[in-house]
Design a protein. Sequence first.
Length: 263
Amino acid sequence: MTAIASTITTPTLRAIDRVNPVAKLAAALVLAAVLVLTIDWVSAAVALGCELVLFLFVGLSPRIFFSRTALVWIAAPATGLTTLLYGKAAGAEYWSFGLIQITDGSIGLAIATTLRVLAIGLPAVVLFITVDPTDLADGLAQVVRLPARFVLGGLAGLRLVGLFIEDWRALELARRARGIADGHVLRRLAGQAFALLVLSIRRGSKLATAMEARGFGAPTPRTWARPSPFGLREWALIALGLGIALLAAGVSIATGSWNFVLA
């Protein structure tokens, strides 16, 4: 019975779930650091193609993948559209109206910008879908060796973010019950936002006092309840991110498409 219960209650971990969050952060940063150096569609397309292939082995269902990355899929075309309308004019001009100019240069820049946003944003979201804030804090403190006080303070603040929505709903219901939520929309939102700010400051002050009383701010070295291993699996993920970035940069340079942003 114990074996059956443990099988039912314990979810099966995917390979990406077992990777240290610090390695996921490092892989996303390495990939982004190379892609932001250039604005060309070749490097972004190569990186995005490699990423889409790897996403098939992450183990996410299509519903979870597209629901979690929906903002990226919306932001990328929006950024590309803005670049298309107001980007650098070069080459043949197809349409213009006031400040808007659609030319060969703006079209190429819009395509490159859209692909680059997807190539940078999608892996960052996918890698952090399964990251637990506590695991990330353990990794930052034990692997990166960040100050424990900074890490624990950030973790405590991040844990409170989830309460904002509940507080906002409670404030809305309370103000409606008191009859002060029927005024102008902007005035109502401003007053409710200020009330939420005051409530958040009070809660943060109480949390800081409680943590200080429990010794979280002590200058002595801390011990950690859960180890944060960093081994071959983590280095392989970082190497994979670096490999994709170097491949994208190499293909872009070889085809003459590399467009260094600082040049």
